[in-house]
Design a protein around this ligand. Structure first.
Ligand SMILES: [Zn+2]
Length: 570
């Protein structure tokens, strides 16, 4: 548990605009800032961030909250982890270990111990060959350190972990050992590259041979509860911030390529680790809110990967460009042979995915043969028919018409006229309940109380009760919060209320009354109206009691009381 004083201090020392800006692009507009909402499939900036209230709201999907809920939902982490992440961002020193209640804690610990162990090996006399190998491949001491590169020697780690008290089952599950007659280290005499998840926690290793001819150049940790290959983009944790600055992310196939680019200062790079794009990869890339540059290996497999990945990414509304390597087989090779400057030059001229696709369709065809040419043009048309970019269609048709001397009209006829039907977006729009007069009044009262402590004082003195379970509880929470903190503001109250079952209602009220400036007169009217409501509720309750009262005398007493109450409320 993080003490609530810390939570409030971190909240009030952080600026929600700065923090959210580190995840998504925000543009100022009037009093607020706007950006593409990361919590639904947003294409127009629907998320508003209020520096005054220190909250954010998406007016399409209803996502709303303070700086902590944003980080929590964006990074998909627990509330305490979100608080600690914000603390880190603003340089607030917080004595909190994020892994206290983490599931699979032991697996993370084991991988952590292994990482340190391998690093240690590399710096020992036994690691000299491996170190030389790395230096010879132009990886500096600095990069080796930054990527926590190490080396596994012989069969020692399993022994060490057993001695530390970890069970066989745990060591196997962490993918550090295999079981034969005995347990033995999976990685032996290999250079180890830690693989981190999106939060920068090491979850697995990729390990490479360095001193023998082995058909298995690379082996990876087995998948386990903390490591799913398809969930991870190598270097994503480090690239995140860089991408935020450059608004571009380069995707390569191998982690060595990623490390190489990083080492020449191109840090906005991630690697797929040799798998096709998964849903998780795509959602990680979407979160970056950046243009994607695919730079696959320079071979047939790489081309195919570029095409299939590009299509998948475009389907998900991402902007994709391609850089084709020529000569060398992968970015690592290219940089080693041609140098960093030449590579950076190459980076300046990516082509659009569509352009790439046209080039790809041409390959292996002899366009002097009419059959090949017809084939090619038909596939171009079928590509165009997948797009709804009218300008692209026009430009492409003009180009091939000129290039191959084909009547433009013939080509245009083959284009499908786009269907004007708009496919509705799937959105989990929050259902806004219909409220009666008194409910509306209660919400206005609660809003004013959250906004300014002077209304809490009036409420406490003049009313103290709302005859509705939900609103009554929220009012009590506001009172409790005020008594604890001697003040109130919306952003901090949200943190306080987070665990309440009425949290959603609180957020709805905050957003609904956003534009209202509280004033005393209005508040007094609301208090009076609510008093009336209380009376009405009492009368209803009494009527009910009278109907169910079997005793004649008692019934008479209650009737007298009812008459008295009615008179009072007139
Ligand atoms: Zn949204």
């Amino acid at each position: 548990m993080i003490p609530s004083e810390d939570i409030d201090k971190i909240r009030s020392n952080s600026n929600i605009v700065d923090i959210i800006s580190s995840y998504i692009n925000l543009e100022p507009k009037g009093k607020n800032f706007f950006g593409i909402c990361p919590f639904h499939d947003d294409h127009n900036p629907s998320m508003s961030v209020s520096p005054e209230k220190q909250i954010y709201t998406c007016f399409v999907c209803g996502a709303s909250g303070n700086v902590f809920t944003f980080v929590q939902n964006y990074e998909n982490i627990s509330f305490p982890d979100a608080v600690s992440a914000v603390a880190k961002k603003i340089g607030y020193s917080l004595n909190y270990k994020t892994d206290i209640n983490k599931p699979f804690k032991e697996l993370y610990q084991l991988v952590d111990i292994a990482t340190k162990y391998y690093i240690n090996n590399l710096n020992s006399a036994y690691g000299k060959d491996a170190k030389n190998y790395l230096l010879k491949r132009n990886l500096s001491e600095e990069i080796i350190k930054e990527f926590n590169i190490g080396v596994s020697l012989n069969n020692n780690l399993t022994k060490l972990l057993s001695e530390k008290g970890y069970s066989e089952k745990q060591i196997i599950e962490a993918s550090i050992a295999n079981k034969g007659d005995n347990l033995y280290d999976i990685f032996q005499r290999r250079i180890t590259f830690p693989i981190n998840n999106e939060r920068g926690e090491t979850v697995a290793f990729s390990a490479r041979v360095y001193n023998e001819d082995n058909t298995n150049k690379y082996i990876n940790s087995r998948e386990n509860p903390i490591f799913k290959k398809g969930n991870i983009l190598f270097n994503y944790d480090k690239a995140k911030n860089e991408v935020n600055k450059s608004k571009t992310v380069i995707v390569v196939e191998g982690q060595f390529d990623a490390i190489r680019l990083y080492s020449i200062g191109i840090k906005n790079v991630v690697a797929t680790m040799g798998t096709a794009f998964t849903k998780e990869h795509i959602s990680l890339l979407k979160k970056l809110n950046a243009k994607i540059i695919l730079m696959m290996d320079n071979d047939e497999a790489g081309e195919k990967t570029a095409i299939s990945s590009g299509e998948e990414l475009i389907k998900n509304n991402l902007v994709v460009e391609i850089i084709k390597l020529s000569g060398e087989k992968d970015p690592d090779d290219y940089i080693i042979k041609n140098g960093a400057d030449k590579f950076k030059e190459l980076l300046k001229s990516p082509i659009s995915f569509f352009e790439y696709k046209l080039q790809y369709l041409k390959s292996n065809k002899d366009l002097n043969k009419s059959k090949d040419l017809a084939n090619y043009i038909n596939s171009v048309i079928s590509e165009l028919n997948k797009s709804d970019d009218e300008i692209l269609k026009e430009v492409t048709i003009n180009k091939i018409s000129k290039e191959y001397n084909i009547d433009k009209e013939v080509l245009t006829k083959k284009l499908i006229v786009p269907d004007k039907k708009i496919i509705p977006k799937k959105i989990n729009k929050k259902i806004i309940p219909r409220l009666n007069k008194y409910q509306k009044i209660s919400e206005a009262i609660l809003y004013m109380m959250m906004k300014d402590k002077k209304y809490i004082k009036i409420y406490d003195r003049d009313l103290g009760y709302i005859p509705d379970k939900e609103y009554g509880q929220i009012a009590n929470d506001i009172l409790a919060y005020y008594k604890l903190n001697k003040d109130i503001n919306i952003a901090d109250f949200i943190s306080f209320e987070m665990k309440s079952i009425y949290y959603e209602t609180v957020l709805r009220i905050i957003n609904k009354y956003e534009e209202i400036e509280p004033n005393y007169e209005e508040f007094d009217d609301y208090i009076e109206a609510t008093k009336k409501w209380i009376k009405e509720e009492q009368i209803n309750k009494l009527k009910n009691e009278i109907d169910n009262e079997p005793d004649i005398n008692r019934k008479q007493e209650l009737n007298d009381l009812l008459i008295k109450l009615k008179k009072e409320s007139e």
